[in-house]
Every structure is written in structure tokens, then in C-alpha cells.
Design a protein around this ligand. Structure first.
Ligand code: ATP
Ligand code: SF4
Ligand code: MG
Length: 327
């Protein structure tokens, strides 16, 4: 049992840099997190906080000249941040599935849904054609596509937006990956469909014991779907912990601000930027705590020393006020 409980994903002190002509932009700094089998980690934070970048770094998809400058990424006990492109290509799809905001970025309009599914399946698993077809149909059934045998031979444009995103989830699951990275998977969909897709993702993750990193700016989705939540600010992790605790009793002033910006828990908001002021540009992050210019509780220490993640109940948060400290 102890073996099963080991995290699928472990990120240790991840730092991502983009060298520029004049300076090096630090896009992610000291990010540490883990996700266990069957666990959904929701990742939230204002636009530009580094949510997508974290997912891309894990998948080995940082665009040039972006690079992992420090830290380690482990997948099921294997270090993956230092692998070459070919090894990483094998891991994508096979061990890490991806779901992006717009289903059309993952689907090729020229091929039937069935052809795309069987190709992905056969790329990663040694199955005969007929077996791959059977698996594809069963996956379409799993993700709630009615009459999967008939739908198998149809093209993406013959599916509605919600149905297309279900196909993308089937594609992500095709090779039974250990981890799924879903970056705003419902943002492009009608509000009425969003809840169906997130509850589907949650059900499949629990059934298949897949670890999920769910990036979203929708706190309603987080409340309904995630087991734990990671809050990011200016390329840093400011709070991480069980969703109930972080939503009901956030310990970081930034997380408190986020919660206060939501009319009621479960209500859906478009953007989480109603806290006074704005997130600093990455080349102008203030010394000490990156949140200090916007923080009502900042003290002298906050402009001098960068706070580290400290235990706060079952969660951890990077604020000097934690653990009876002073700011
Ligand atoms: N090629 C690049 N070179 C330098 N900085 C970059 C590059 N691409 C992105 N960034 C910066 O990285 C930061 C993190 O971006 P990221 O896309 O991860 O944000 P995000 O949290 O996903 O935001 P959103 O909610 O808008 O999707 C941003 O400040 C962005 O400006
Ligand atoms: S460390 Fe200081 S500035 Fe940062 S959130 Fe805590 S009190 Fe505010
Ligand atoms: Mg993003």
C-alpha cells in the first residue's frame, strides 16, 4: 500500500529562466509540489503567474530559449527534467497526457476521431489494429460519447465543443498515463458544459487513479473538482494545501485577496485580478516577498527577505506571518 501512496509527480525547487538580450527573465522560481495517484491538484493565480509555464516545464515543452535552470522533476520515481527530447517525447502521451483550453489544438481536422485515437494508442501501446479500435471505442464510451461505434468514423467538426473536449480527454487517456496536465480545459466551453467536463475529469481520475494537475482561474471548478490547491503569484508558489482548508481559511494574504474577490464560493468569475494593484512584471519583482507592494499586512521584513513555504495547518504558505511570525 505504501508504494501506491507515493507521489506520481514531484517537483523540487523548480526554476525556469528565459535568457533575453539584456537580462535573464526568471519565469518560475523555487516551485515545489507533488501529486499522488488519483489526486487532483488545482493550480490558480492571476494571468502571467506561471501556471501554464509550470505545466509546460513538467512536459518538457518549454519554448526556446526557456530552460530549467534549477530544480528537479520526478515522475513515478524517475527523474525527467534532464532527459533528451526523444525520451521526453516517449513520456508525453504515454505517461503524461495533456488537455488544453481549445480542443481544436489537440485534434487534427483532416482525420476522423477514431483514426486519431487509434494512432495515439498504437504509438504508445503494442496493440493490433482491431484491439486499438476496440480500445478507442471503449475510451469514447468512458468519456460519455453516445453511439461511440458511429462517432468513431466522424471528423472533429461533426462534434460539438463539449463533445470535442471529451474526445481530447479520451486522447489524453489513450495510453493510461500516470499524470494528466489540464490547462484551462473548460474555459473555451459553454458554462452549461463546463461542469459536465470537470466532473467527468474528476470521475475518470478517481477511477483510473491518474494524478491530475488542473490549471484554472475558476474557483468554482477548483471547489468542485480539486483535492488540493496550489496558488501561484509572480512565478512563485504562495500557498498549497487541501482545498477545503485553503478555500475556507486561506493563510496567505494573496489567497485571502483571491477569495475576497469571489462573490460567493461556487460562483464563477472570469479573472482573478480584483485585488488592488497588479502583479509585478517578471523583470521588476520587488525584493523580499513578491506580493509586498499590494499587501495590507506587510512589515519591514517583507521587503528584505523572501518568505519560504512554512506549514500553516495542513497547508503551507510563503508568508512571514505564518507560524506566529512577524512581517
Ligand atoms: N518566451 C517567453 N520569454 C519570456 N517570458 C515568457 C515567455 N513566455 C511566457 N513568458 C512569461 O512567463 C510568465 C508566465 O506565463 P504563463 O503562461 O505560465 O502564465 P499563466 O499563469 O498561465 O497565465 P494565464 O492565466 O494568462 O494563462 C508570464 O509573465 C509571461 O510573460
Ligand atoms: S510575507 Fe509580508 S508582504 Fe508577503 S504576504 Fe506575508 S505579510 Fe504580506
Ligand atoms: Mg496559462
Amino acid at each position: 500500500m505504501a508504494e501506491i501512496e507515493k507521489p506520481v509527480l514531484e517537483v523540487h525547487n523548480l526554476r525556469v529562466e528565459f535568457p533575453g538580450r539584456r537580462a535573464v527573465a526568471t519565469v518560475l522560481s523555487d516551485i515545489s509540489l507533488s501529486i499522488r495517484p488519483g489526486e487532483i491538484l488545482g493550480v490558480v493565480g492571476e494571468s502571467g503567474a506561471g501556471k501554464s509555464m509550470t505545466g509546460l516545464a513538467i512536459q518538457g515543452l518549454l519554448e526556446q530559449p526557456g530552460r530549467i535552470a534549477e530544480g528537479e522533476i520526478w515522475l513515478a520515481g524517475r527523474r525527467i527534467d534532464n532527459l533528451d527530447d526523444r525520451s521526453m517525447e516517449k513520456i508525453r502521451g504515454r505517461e503524461i497526457g495533456a488537455i488544453f483550453q481549445d480542443p481544436l489544438t489537440s485534434l487534427n481536422p483532416l482525420f476522423t476521431v477514431g483514426a486519431q485515437l487509434t494512432e495515439t494508442i498504437r504509438q504508445h501501446l503494442t496493440l493490433k489494429k482491431g484491439e486499438a479500435r476496440a480500445r478507442a471505442i471503449s475510451l469514447l464510451n468512458d468519456v460519455g460519447i453516445p453511439s461511440p461505434e458511429e462517432r468513431f468514423d466522424q471528423y472533429p467538426h461533426q462534434f460539438s465543443g463539449g463533445m470535442r473536449q471529451r474526445v481530447v480527454i479520451a486522447l489524453a487517456l489513450a495510453a493510461s498515463p500516470r499524470l494528466i496536465i489540464a490547462d484551462e480545459p473548460t474555459t473555451a466551453l459553454d458554462v452549461s458544459i463546463q461542469a459536465q467536463i470537470t466532473s467527468l475529469l474528476r470521475r475518470l481520475c478517481k477511477e483510473k487513479q491518474t494524478a491530475v494537475m488542473l490549471v484554472t482561474h475558476d474557483m468554482g471548478v477548483i471547489a468542485e473538482t480539486a483535492d488540493r490547491i496550489a496558488v501561484m503569484y509572480a512565478g512563485r508558489l504562495v500557498e498549497i494545501g487541501p482545498v477545503d482548508q485553503v478555500l475556507s481559511a486561506p493563510t496567505h494574504p494573496y489567497t485571502r485577496g483571491l477569495m475576497a474577490s469571489i462573490p460567493a464560493l461556487g460562483a464563477r468569475v472570469q479573472r482573478l485580478n480584483q485585488i488592488d494593484g497588479s502583479m509585478p512584471r517578471l523583470d521588476a519583482i520587488p525584493a523580499g516577498c513578491a506580493f509586498n507592494p499590494r499587501c495590507n499586512e506587510a512589515g519591514p521584513r517583507c521587503t528584505r527577505e523572501r518568505p519560504v513555504l512554512l506549514a500553516a495547518g495542513a497547508a503551507a504558505s510563503a508568508c512571514w506571518l505564518n507560524a506566529g511570525g512577524t512581517a
